[in-house]
Design a protein around this ligand. Structure first.
Ligand code: NAP
Length: 311
């Protein structure tokens, strides 16, 4: 009997640092490996500019360059990468079945979920109304549209600070609006915020994005004084963190209350032969290097699993 060409030893869902590192290890370990990479393999690092904390790069490396290198490395070692999303998974019988958005079915002995996380929204009505018309969750993607304009960034973490610094390349003025009086940003990034184009606005929350067809400004409220301030701005970047990309798995795998996949510390999920790595199972650190590390762990566990099972 000829083997189904859509049968693999290990299928990896996601092509960020976790998925790509897993692919390198699985392929190098001799497993027939397929990666669901989505339309643009690379994950969240495709949306970052300079990465200066991934070991091995004495000079900052651009996120897309780092991911292209990982992709090339995984392919050179024999991993196959398809430019499709996974649309459905069946973990109730073996071999496990994964159906692509193009409705092709693929089968495997083990699965590594490395689907990462996506940006969160505030879910204000006015924010949702202006998405794509001045409101964005990706400064790297949309920053260049705001040349010589005024923009706001909402958030107080590394993403917000990085976005604010990046946007000074284009915008005339950048307001970084944070709900508390202290950023949670790393020291070096805080230093880079000392830029004459950036105004830090503390203790303030976004009340409303204003505009007619396009954004014209924001209304913010000082949470300590209750005072309302209007800031003219053509762009609003929401950078308030991420949520795990787990909607495909919530019915079959155990997750925490926020949707992060629960693992046993060795990347093993509640279903044997299904492993999770990277931000999808990491509510705490969310660093590329940790995603790579857990991707490696998942690959080693998956290789051991397929070696010890007969299906
Ligand atoms: P984050 O660290 O979770 O920060 C989210 C920020 O948004 C916090 O300041 C939070 O405020 C604020 N926030 C959350 N919900 C909000 C709401 N409803 N309204 C207003 N503000 C809200 O998320 P992140 O900045 O995206 O970073 C995620 C992870 O990626 C972190 O571990 C970070 O270190 C990492 N990262 C690293 C780099 C880098 O190293 N180059 C770059 C980007 C991200 P509070 O402070 O009050 O909680």
């Amino acid at each position: 009997m000829t083997e189904n060409p859509n049968s693999y030893d290990i299928i990896i869902i996601g092509a960020g640092p976790a998925g790509m590192t897993a692919a390198v290890y699985c392929a190098r370990g001799g497993a027939k490996t397929l990666v669901f990479g989505g339309i643009a393999p690379g994950g969240q690092l495709l949306m970052t500019t300079e990465i200066e904390n991934f070991p091995g790069f004495p000079k900052p490396v651009a996120g897309p360059d780092l991911m292209q290198n990982m992709l090339n490395q995984a392919k050179r070692l024999g991993a196959e990468v398809i430019h499709e999303e996974a649309a459905d998974v069946k973990f109730d019988k073996k071999p496990y079945e994964i159906t692509s958005a193009g409705e092709n079915s693929f089968y495997c002995k083990a699965v590594i979920i490395a689907s990462g996380a996506r940006a969160r929204w505030l879910n204000l009505e006015s924010e949702q109304k202006f998405i794509g018309k001045g409101v964005s969750a990706c400064a790297t993607c949309d920053g260049a549209f705001f040349r010589n304009k005024e923009v706001c960034v909402i958030g107080g973490g590394d993403t917000a600070a990085e976005d604010a610094v990046f946007l000074t390349k284009f915008a005339a003025r950048v307001y970084l609006i944070h709900r508390r009086d202290k950023l949670r940003t790393a020291y070096r990034l805080q230093e880079r915020l000392k830029n004459p184009k950036i105004e830090l606005v503390y203790d303030s929350v976004l009340e409303q994005v204003m505009g007619d067809k396009k954004v014209s400004g924001v209304k913010i409220k000082n949470v300590k004084t209750g005072q309302i301030r209007e800031i003219p701005a053509q762009g609003v970047f929401i950078a308030i963190g991420h949520e795990p990309e787990t909607k495909l798995f919530r019915d079959s795998l155990k997750t925490d209350e926020k949707g992060y996949i629960l693992t046993d510390g060795k990347t093993r999920t509640s279903i044997e032969g299904v492993f999770a790595a990277g931000d999808v199972a990491d509510p705490l650190y969310k660093q590329a290097v940790i995603a790579s590390g857990t991707g490696c762990m998942a690959a080693l566990e998956a290789l051991k699993y397929i070696e010890n099972t007969t299906t």
